[in-house]
Design a protein around this ligand. Structure first.
Ligand code: SF4
Length: 303
Protein backbone atom coordinates (compact mmCIF):
# COMPACT_ATOMS: atom_id res chain seq x y z
CA UNK A 1 0.00 0.00 0.00
CA UNK A 2 1.32 3.44 -0.94
CA UNK A 3 0.81 6.20 1.63
CA UNK A 4 1.41 9.90 1.57
CA UNK A 5 2.53 11.34 4.87
CA UNK A 6 2.50 15.01 5.83
CA UNK A 7 4.10 16.72 8.84
CA UNK A 8 1.44 19.38 9.38
CA UNK A 9 2.71 21.25 12.41
CA UNK A 10 5.50 21.58 14.96
CA UNK A 11 3.20 22.65 17.78
CA UNK A 12 1.57 20.42 20.37
CA UNK A 13 -0.62 20.69 23.45
CA UNK A 14 1.31 17.89 25.19
CA UNK A 15 5.01 17.80 26.13
CA UNK A 16 5.73 14.09 25.93
CA UNK A 17 9.05 13.20 27.51
CA UNK A 18 9.92 10.79 24.67
CA UNK A 19 8.48 12.74 21.71
CA UNK A 20 10.60 11.88 18.68
CA UNK A 21 9.80 15.17 16.96
CA UNK A 22 10.55 17.27 20.03
CA UNK A 23 7.17 19.03 19.75
CA UNK A 24 5.77 20.35 22.98
CA UNK A 25 3.60 23.11 24.40
CA UNK A 26 4.99 26.44 23.15
CA UNK A 27 7.09 25.09 20.24
CA UNK A 28 7.09 27.79 17.54
CA UNK A 29 5.46 26.83 14.23
CA UNK A 30 7.86 26.45 11.32
CA UNK A 31 5.75 24.48 8.85
CA UNK A 32 5.09 26.26 5.58
CA UNK A 33 1.43 25.55 4.81
CA UNK A 34 1.84 26.53 1.14
CA UNK A 35 4.28 23.63 0.68
CA UNK A 36 1.75 21.28 2.26
CA UNK A 37 -0.98 22.33 -0.19
CA UNK A 38 1.39 22.01 -3.16
CA UNK A 39 2.57 18.56 -2.02
CA UNK A 40 -1.02 17.31 -1.72
CA UNK A 41 -1.93 18.65 -5.16
CA UNK A 42 1.21 17.33 -6.88
CA UNK A 43 0.63 13.79 -5.63
CA UNK A 44 -3.12 13.49 -6.14
CA UNK A 45 -2.76 11.09 -9.07
CA UNK A 46 0.08 9.06 -7.55
CA UNK A 47 -2.02 6.07 -6.49
CA UNK A 48 -1.75 6.81 -2.76
CA UNK A 49 -4.36 4.97 -0.69
CA UNK A 50 -3.94 6.97 2.51
CA UNK A 51 -2.92 10.50 3.38
CA UNK A 52 -1.51 10.39 6.89
CA UNK A 53 -1.40 13.68 8.82
CA UNK A 54 0.93 14.09 11.77
CA UNK A 55 2.93 16.65 13.72
CA UNK A 56 3.15 17.87 16.51
CA UNK A 57 -0.58 17.75 17.05
CA UNK A 58 -2.38 18.25 13.70
CA UNK A 59 -5.85 18.77 15.22
CA UNK A 60 -4.65 22.04 16.82
CA UNK A 61 -4.39 23.80 13.47
CA UNK A 62 -7.06 26.29 12.66
CA UNK A 63 -6.88 25.10 9.03
CA UNK A 64 -7.20 21.40 10.00
CA UNK A 65 -10.85 21.02 8.80
CA UNK A 66 -10.04 22.85 5.54
CA UNK A 67 -7.05 20.58 4.91
CA UNK A 68 -9.16 17.44 5.47
CA UNK A 69 -11.82 18.73 3.05
CA UNK A 70 -9.17 19.64 0.49
CA UNK A 71 -7.66 16.13 0.65
CA UNK A 72 -11.10 14.62 0.00
CA UNK A 73 -11.77 17.05 -2.86
CA UNK A 74 -8.44 16.07 -4.44
CA UNK A 75 -9.75 12.50 -4.56
CA UNK A 76 -7.56 10.67 -2.03
CA UNK A 77 -9.54 7.64 -0.81
CA UNK A 78 -8.54 7.56 2.89
CA UNK A 79 -7.26 9.95 5.55
CA UNK A 80 -5.56 9.01 8.80
CA UNK A 81 -4.56 11.37 11.61
CA UNK A 82 -1.86 10.72 14.17
CA UNK A 83 -3.08 12.49 17.26
CA UNK A 84 -2.96 12.56 21.05
CA UNK A 85 -6.77 12.44 20.80
CA UNK A 86 -7.37 15.28 23.26
CA UNK A 87 -9.36 17.59 20.98
CA UNK A 88 -11.46 14.66 19.81
CA UNK A 89 -12.89 14.56 23.34
CA UNK A 90 -15.12 17.38 22.07
CA UNK A 91 -17.93 15.48 20.34
CA UNK A 92 -18.72 18.32 17.93
CA UNK A 93 -15.10 18.47 16.76
CA UNK A 94 -14.94 14.67 16.53
CA UNK A 95 -18.12 14.63 14.39
CA UNK A 96 -16.79 17.32 12.08
CA UNK A 97 -13.45 15.51 11.68
CA UNK A 98 -15.05 12.16 10.82
CA UNK A 99 -17.76 13.70 8.61
CA UNK A 100 -15.13 15.66 6.69
CA UNK A 101 -13.34 12.42 5.78
CA UNK A 102 -10.96 11.05 8.43
CA UNK A 103 -11.48 7.29 8.61
CA UNK A 104 -8.55 6.22 10.77
CA UNK A 105 -7.36 7.86 13.99
CA UNK A 106 -3.97 6.75 15.28
CA UNK A 107 -4.10 7.75 18.93
CA UNK A 108 -1.23 7.69 21.42
CA UNK A 109 -2.10 5.70 24.54
CA UNK A 110 1.07 4.92 26.41
CA UNK A 111 -0.57 4.21 29.74
CA UNK A 112 -3.73 2.63 31.12
CA UNK A 113 -3.99 5.06 34.01
CA UNK A 114 -4.27 8.79 34.38
CA UNK A 115 -1.05 8.84 36.41
CA UNK A 116 1.01 7.14 33.73
CA UNK A 117 -0.31 8.92 30.61
CA UNK A 118 -0.39 12.36 32.28
CA UNK A 119 3.18 11.84 33.50
CA UNK A 120 4.38 11.08 29.95
CA UNK A 121 2.45 14.00 28.42
CA UNK A 122 3.28 16.36 31.30
CA UNK A 123 -0.32 17.59 31.11
CA UNK A 124 -3.17 16.96 33.51
CA UNK A 125 -6.26 15.43 31.86
CA UNK A 126 -4.36 14.17 28.79
CA UNK A 127 -5.46 10.62 29.68
CA UNK A 128 -9.11 11.48 30.32
CA UNK A 129 -9.33 13.50 27.10
CA UNK A 130 -7.57 10.87 24.98
CA UNK A 131 -9.90 8.16 26.26
CA UNK A 132 -12.99 10.32 25.58
CA UNK A 133 -11.57 11.06 22.13
CA UNK A 134 -11.14 7.35 21.39
CA UNK A 135 -14.68 6.57 22.56
CA UNK A 136 -16.12 9.47 20.54
CA UNK A 137 -14.55 8.56 17.20
CA UNK A 138 -15.31 4.84 17.61
CA UNK A 139 -18.95 5.71 18.31
CA UNK A 140 -18.92 7.66 15.02
CA UNK A 141 -17.74 4.61 13.06
CA UNK A 142 -14.08 5.60 12.72
CA UNK A 143 -11.37 2.98 13.13
CA UNK A 144 -8.82 3.56 15.89
CA UNK A 145 -5.29 2.24 16.15
CA UNK A 146 -3.57 3.03 19.44
CA UNK A 147 0.16 3.48 19.57
CA UNK A 148 2.18 2.56 22.65
CA UNK A 149 5.76 3.77 22.98
CA UNK A 150 7.65 1.33 25.19
CA UNK A 151 9.58 3.18 27.91
CA UNK A 152 11.27 2.42 31.21
CA UNK A 153 8.15 3.64 33.01
CA UNK A 154 5.58 1.43 31.23
CA UNK A 155 7.19 -1.73 29.88
CA UNK A 156 6.25 -3.93 32.83
CA UNK A 157 2.62 -2.80 32.39
CA UNK A 158 2.28 -3.39 28.65
CA UNK A 159 -0.21 -6.26 29.00
CA UNK A 160 -2.49 -4.06 31.13
CA UNK A 161 -2.15 -1.19 28.65
CA UNK A 162 -3.16 -3.30 25.63
CA UNK A 163 -6.04 -4.85 27.59
CA UNK A 164 -7.28 -1.38 28.50
CA UNK A 165 -6.98 -0.22 24.86
CA UNK A 166 -8.93 -3.26 23.70
CA UNK A 167 -11.65 -2.56 26.28
CA UNK A 168 -12.21 0.77 24.50
CA UNK A 169 -12.92 -1.04 21.21
CA UNK A 170 -9.78 -0.22 19.21
CA UNK A 171 -9.20 -2.39 16.15
CA UNK A 172 -5.40 -2.31 16.02
CA UNK A 173 -2.60 -1.78 18.55
CA UNK A 174 0.91 -0.79 17.52
CA UNK A 175 3.73 -1.30 20.03
CA UNK A 176 6.71 0.84 19.21
CA UNK A 177 10.37 0.86 20.18
CA UNK A 178 11.49 4.36 21.18
CA UNK A 179 13.08 6.27 18.31
CA UNK A 180 15.97 8.01 20.06
CA UNK A 181 15.62 11.51 18.60
CA UNK A 182 13.99 14.74 19.83
CA UNK A 183 12.89 14.67 23.49
CA UNK A 184 13.69 10.96 23.63
CA UNK A 185 17.35 11.68 22.97
CA UNK A 186 17.39 14.49 25.53
CA UNK A 187 15.82 12.19 28.14
CA UNK A 188 17.59 9.01 27.00
CA UNK A 189 18.62 7.74 30.45
CA UNK A 190 15.24 8.50 31.94
CA UNK A 191 13.09 6.78 29.30
CA UNK A 192 14.94 4.24 27.11
CA UNK A 193 14.84 0.67 28.46
CA UNK A 194 17.22 -2.08 27.43
CA UNK A 195 15.69 -4.25 24.73
CA UNK A 196 16.49 -7.42 26.67
CA UNK A 197 14.51 -6.09 29.64
CA UNK A 198 11.49 -4.81 27.72
CA UNK A 199 11.02 -7.51 25.07
CA UNK A 200 9.63 -10.27 27.36
CA UNK A 201 6.82 -7.86 28.32
CA UNK A 202 6.28 -6.86 24.67
CA UNK A 203 5.73 -10.53 23.83
CA UNK A 204 3.16 -10.97 26.62
CA UNK A 205 1.30 -7.90 25.34
CA UNK A 206 1.32 -9.27 21.78
CA UNK A 207 -0.07 -12.58 23.06
CA UNK A 208 -2.90 -10.73 24.82
CA UNK A 209 -3.89 -9.01 21.54
CA UNK A 210 -3.66 -12.22 19.51
CA UNK A 211 -5.76 -14.08 22.06
CA UNK A 212 -8.42 -11.35 21.89
CA UNK A 213 -8.38 -11.32 18.06
CA UNK A 214 -7.17 -7.70 17.85
CA UNK A 215 -4.61 -6.79 15.20
CA UNK A 216 -1.19 -6.04 16.68
CA UNK A 217 1.99 -4.74 15.05
CA UNK A 218 5.49 -3.98 16.29
CA UNK A 219 7.65 -1.13 15.09
CA UNK A 220 11.32 -0.17 15.26
CA UNK A 221 12.76 -3.35 16.78
CA UNK A 222 15.70 -5.37 15.45
CA UNK A 223 14.41 -8.75 14.26
CA UNK A 224 16.65 -10.98 16.36
CA UNK A 225 15.51 -9.73 19.78
CA UNK A 226 11.93 -10.67 18.87
CA UNK A 227 12.52 -14.26 17.73
CA UNK A 228 9.28 -15.69 16.31
CA UNK A 229 7.50 -12.44 17.20
CA UNK A 230 9.38 -10.65 14.39
CA UNK A 231 6.44 -11.69 12.16
CA UNK A 232 4.47 -8.90 13.86
CA UNK A 233 6.90 -6.19 12.68
CA UNK A 234 5.32 -3.74 10.25
CA UNK A 235 6.20 -4.74 6.70
CA UNK A 236 7.56 -1.49 5.27
CA UNK A 237 7.71 -2.94 1.77
CA UNK A 238 3.94 -3.42 1.99
CA UNK A 239 3.41 -0.02 3.65
CA UNK A 240 5.48 2.56 1.83
CA UNK A 241 5.41 6.20 2.85
CA UNK A 242 6.28 9.22 0.77
CA UNK A 243 6.69 12.03 3.30
CA UNK A 244 6.78 15.80 3.37
CA UNK A 245 8.69 17.02 6.43
CA UNK A 246 9.02 20.82 6.34
CA UNK A 247 10.79 21.46 3.02
CA UNK A 248 12.13 17.88 2.64
CA UNK A 249 10.43 15.19 0.59
CA UNK A 250 11.38 11.60 1.46
CA UNK A 251 10.41 9.34 -1.45
CA UNK A 252 10.55 6.30 0.82
CA UNK A 253 10.62 7.37 4.44
CA UNK A 254 11.38 3.93 5.86
CA UNK A 255 14.38 3.36 3.62
CA UNK A 256 15.67 6.76 4.68
CA UNK A 257 15.22 5.83 8.34
CA UNK A 258 16.87 2.42 7.99
CA UNK A 259 19.85 4.00 6.24
CA UNK A 260 20.24 7.05 8.47
CA UNK A 261 18.76 6.54 11.93
CA UNK A 262 19.79 2.92 12.53
CA UNK A 263 22.98 0.92 12.42
CA UNK A 264 24.21 -2.65 12.51
CA UNK A 265 27.13 -4.11 14.43
CA UNK A 266 29.85 -6.63 13.62
CA UNK A 267 27.49 -9.40 14.74
CA UNK A 268 25.07 -8.45 11.96
CA UNK A 269 27.58 -9.19 9.20
CA UNK A 270 27.00 -12.92 9.45
CA UNK A 271 23.27 -12.70 10.18
CA UNK A 272 20.83 -14.32 7.75
CA UNK A 273 18.39 -11.45 8.38
CA UNK A 274 20.84 -8.63 7.61
CA UNK A 275 19.08 -7.63 4.40
CA UNK A 276 15.65 -7.60 6.02
CA UNK A 277 16.55 -5.86 9.27
CA UNK A 278 17.62 -2.26 9.91
CA UNK A 279 19.51 -3.02 13.14
CA UNK A 280 19.19 -0.69 16.15
CA UNK A 281 18.89 3.07 16.54
CA UNK A 282 22.36 4.64 16.50
CA UNK A 283 22.03 6.31 19.91
CA UNK A 284 20.83 3.04 21.44
CA UNK A 285 23.90 1.28 20.04
CA UNK A 286 26.07 4.09 21.43
CA UNK A 287 24.65 3.61 24.93
CA UNK A 288 24.09 -0.14 25.15
CA UNK A 289 26.18 -1.59 22.31
CA UNK A 290 25.25 -4.69 20.31
CA UNK A 291 25.59 -7.36 23.01
CA UNK A 292 21.86 -8.14 23.05
CA UNK A 293 21.77 -9.02 19.34
CA UNK A 294 21.80 -12.66 18.37
CA UNK A 295 22.53 -13.14 14.65
CA UNK A 296 20.58 -15.83 12.87
CA UNK A 297 22.72 -18.53 11.27
CA UNK A 298 22.68 -18.71 7.47
CA UNK A 299 21.12 -21.93 6.20
CA UNK A 300 23.88 -24.24 5.07
CA UNK A 301 23.83 -24.91 1.34
CA UNK A 302 23.81 -28.62 0.48
CA UNK A 303 26.25 -29.27 -2.35
S1 SF4 B 1 21.84 -9.59 14.31
FE1 SF4 B 1 21.70 -7.58 13.36
S2 SF4 B 1 20.89 -7.92 11.27
FE2 SF4 B 1 20.53 -9.79 12.49
S3 SF4 B 1 18.44 -9.52 13.24
FE3 SF4 B 1 19.85 -8.77 14.85
S4 SF4 B 1 20.05 -6.56 14.45
FE4 SF4 B 1 19.15 -7.50 12.61
Amino acid sequence: MKNLSVHLTDTCNNSCIFCVVGSHVGTPEKVNRKLVYEFLKENKDGGFEFVNLHGGEPTLLEEFPDIIRMIKELGYPNISVQTNGRLLSNMEFAKQTINDGVNLCVISLHGHTKELQDYFADVENSFDEAVRGIKNVISLGCKVRTNICVCKQNYTQLADIVKYSMSLGVSHINISNLHTAGNCLKNFELVVPKLSEAIPYVKVAVDACVEAGVKVTLEGYPMCVLGDYSKYLIDWEENQFKMLYKSFVFKNYNTFMENNAKMKGEVCKECAKRNLCGGVYKEYAGAYGFVELIPEAEEKKIV
